[in-house]
Design a protein around this ligand. Structure first.
Ligand SMILES: [Zn+2]
Length: 330
């Protein structure tokens, strides 16, 4: 359209920025609400872990929770990571669009709980709390990336060789070491109807410097199979997209429950997957350092998650994992 005033054009150009700022304001408001943070102590009966010093028998699959939505899976002397994030940038830096970058000391601390060599890092989407530390972790563990095109482009933007990045999409299947990885469709939760940091990155550029530089990209879930165990993992979702029923039953379903959207679809997702064990994930306060121990995030509602299990409406075992304490899937 011709004849638009400069003011109109500037107005249109600044609109996305205003939307983002509003989004941040809402986020800050939600997250600063005074909510009592509970630790896992209250739910100790649900926490599972191998006994200290237990040796890994051959043919097993072991899971270690790394905080946020991060996990290490081990099988036959191999390791696979999903969404490892140790930096845990502070709320102020994230909400106020300050510079965030991988925290070397926290990554070094996190890596003490991970095998020195990792086959691959799987990433469910490209937000900072899933991808920020991945380039550095890949460098230190010699891992490959398995992720959507946006996550791959951001990782390459931060100096990783593109040959180390396998771009996948729902329907993809990859075999890496003992791991058979199927990529499944997923969606991302909204915060009060707002999809946080939406967008994609179609080619590499400069390495991101603030939270909004890590756009959502292509959300995905994974079915990971090794040594006869089947693990489904996502980082949350909405009722509109549920895990495919054809992959059921699984041994372990790891379901993100950070926000109301993912809790709304939680029961339906469990019904689809028919898991032996259900592990709610992404429900810790990821703005606080891991050394402070597990504390529920301010927008989580574990009482709502646990309710259908207490009422015996779900047949699966509900479990919790504490930071860095490995558990062998029975
Ligand atoms: Zn996200």
């Amino acid at each position: 359209m011709q004849g638009r005033s400069a003011k109109q054009i500037v107005g249109n150009l600044t609109k996305p920025r205003i939307c983002l700022s509003l989004g941040f304001a809402v986020l800050v408001l939600c997250l600063s609400a005074p909510v009592a943070l509970a630790s896992l102590d209250k739910y100790f009966a649900l926490v599972v872990a191998d006994s200290p010093g237990a040796r890994q028998a051959p043919g097993i699959v072991r899971v270690t929770y790394l905080g946020v939505n991060g996990f290490q899976f081990e099988a036959s002397g191999h390791a696979l990571l999903v969404d490892p994030y140790f930096t845990r940038a502070g709320l102020t830096a994230v909400a106020l669009q300050q510079r965030i970058q991988p925290n070397e000391a926290r990554i070094a601390f996190g890596l003490q709980h991970i095998r020195p060599h990792v086959d691959a890092v799987l990433v469910t989407h490209a937000h900072f709390d899933h991808l920020l530390d991945v380039p550095e972790i890949m460098r230190r563990t010699n891992a490959r990336l398995v992720a959507g095109v946006t996550a791959a482009n951001l990782t390459i933007s931060c100096g990783v060789d593109h040959n180390h990045c396998l771009v996948v999409q729902p329907g993809s299947m990859r075999v890496i070491g003992p791991w058979r990885i199927r990529v499944l469709p997923a969606t991302h939760d909204r915060i009060l109807g707002w999809l946080p940091f939406g967008g994609t990155k179609t080619q590499p550029g400069s390495c991101p410097t603030k939270a909004s530089d890590w756009p959502l990209g292509e959300p995905m879930a994974f079915l990971i199979e090794a040594n006869g165990k089947r693990i489904y993992i996502d980082s949350g979702g909405t009722p509109e997209v549920l895990p495919p029923a054809q992959i059921a039953p699984v041994d372990l379903a790891i379901l993100g429950v950070a926000l109301p959207d993912s809790r709304k679809r939680f029961r339906a997702a469990v019904a689809r997957l028919r898991p032996k064990y259900v592990l709610p994930s992404h429900q810790d306060d990821f703005f606080a350092p891991a050394e402070h121990g597990f504390a529920f995030g301010k927008l989580t509602d574990f009482r709502a998650v646990i309710r259908p299990f207490q009422r015996h409406e779900i047949n699966s075992h509900l479990i919790l994992l504490d930071y860095f304490r490995a558990w062998t899937i029975p």
